[in-house]
Write a protein that binds this ligand. Structure first.
Ligand code: SF4
Length: 175
């Protein structure tokens, strides 16, 4: 059985909604943003392109599942230029994804968990010379899968922006 609302709130999820995987907005143009390497993780981890495969392959992987729980978490910033705060928020969000993984892996036999941006779990990623050290908890990049995260939030009726001096991160549990 899928965990209940109190479980999601207890691990730090701010908002969530279940949508059909048919409503996930895949857009090949989003992959081009990755290729421009704005986040400097393109080709650097197993969670990002090109390691995750083509957008078409990512889409096929997602459509093996019927439902997608889109979720968000919100973290404080000192101001809109607070890069350290964003990094701290992103780390906290990945830890939330770890807690989500621990929660669901007991109850859901088949799932796939995606999250905002790439993986920074290890100081030195093994990509591409050796397998991921934590493949079962990789949580690949939503953007790297070619998903328009702003539209995904809209389709799930979640707030993309949660106000001044806050950063919002998104994830998606496919099951
Ligand atoms: S868990 Fe480590 S080895 Fe795997 S993608 Fe992340 S940084 Fe790389």
């Amino acid at each position: 059985m899928v965990p209940q609302e109190s479980d999601w709130k207890a691990i730090g999820i701010h908002e969530y909604k279940v949508i059909s995987t048919n409503d996930i907005p895949f857009e090949p143009e989003i992959r081009k943003i990755c290729e421009d390497n704005v986040c400097r993780l393109y080709g650097k981890t197993w969670a990002c392109p090109p390691a995750v495969g083509t957008v078409e392959q990512c889409k096929e992987r997602c459509l093996q599942y019927k439902q997608a729980m889109v979720f968000s978490a919100v973290y404080p910033l000192e101001d809109c230029f607070d890069y350290e705060g964003m990094k701290k928020g992103h780390k906290a969000f990945k830890e939330l994804c770890d807690r989500l993984y621990m929660l669901i892996q007991k109850d859901i036999s088949s799932f796939h968990l995606l999250s905002n941006e790439g993986c920074k779990r290890c100081d030195h990623c093994t990509y591409p010379s050796a397998d991921c050290r934590k493949a079962e908890m990789l949580f690949p990049s939503l953007e790297g899968y070619g998903i328009n995260v702003m539209k995904l939030a809209q389709n799930a009726d979640l707030r993309y922006n949660n106000g001044k001096n806050k950063v919002t991160y998104f994830g998606m549990l496919l099951y």
